[in-house]
Design a protein around this ligand. Sequence first.
Ligand code: ZN
Length: 243
Amino acid sequence: MKDKYGMHRIVGNLSNNIYVVERGNELVVFDPGMPSDLRRVRDRIKSLGRSPEEVSSIVLTHFHVDHAGAARALKDESGARVYIHVDDSPYLRGEKYMPSVYNAGFQGRLLMLLPGIVERYSGVPPVEADVAFDDGDVLPVLGGLEVLHSPGHTPGSSCFLWRDRGVLFTGDAIQNWGLLLVLPEGGFSYDLALAGRSAAAVVDALSDRDYTDLCPGHGPVVRGSGREMMAGFGARLRRMGKA
Ligand SMILES: [Zn+2]
């Protein structure tokens, strides 16, 4: 799928969204996905008449295998600069360990019954980020990507506002079930209460900003009505006492 902004969405093996964005010579990959998604990413880039070696930036919304798992291989191939929040960077370089599943939520409790299985499939090949960013930074990517730190799913989970295009990349901090924006599942989140507060804070921080589209880490892209959906989501979080 390609849209008018040169954005291409690839759905990975865990229904994770991978976004390839072209802007002139720039070739940016948001969340390259699982190690096993790499072939799909390379094929898509080739289908655009480009080479995977041309990837200039790899922007990570957070440290999880279905988002960051292919980062090292893609960096090795392209020399692209890797961006991740400073609070997730020690996990990405393999210096700190983050469990894949927590004993919370339905999926978490279920997966806790299968010790070892999840860990076997959740290893992220370590890579040193070139840029460990923080809240409020504007990354020199696609003319300016504004960072909104939204911790809770992981410590460094972050959203990015592509200011030129009014597109908000939310990673797993805010997911899309189709008609409804939702928080991530508790079993895969280190602090779900914090994730709720963070999501509401992102809605508030962008309340007077111009954006229309949402690119979530899971679920379909929202076109046109992104800001309205976010406002509704923020109100729902407050009603539920999660903000
Ligand atoms: Zn995640």
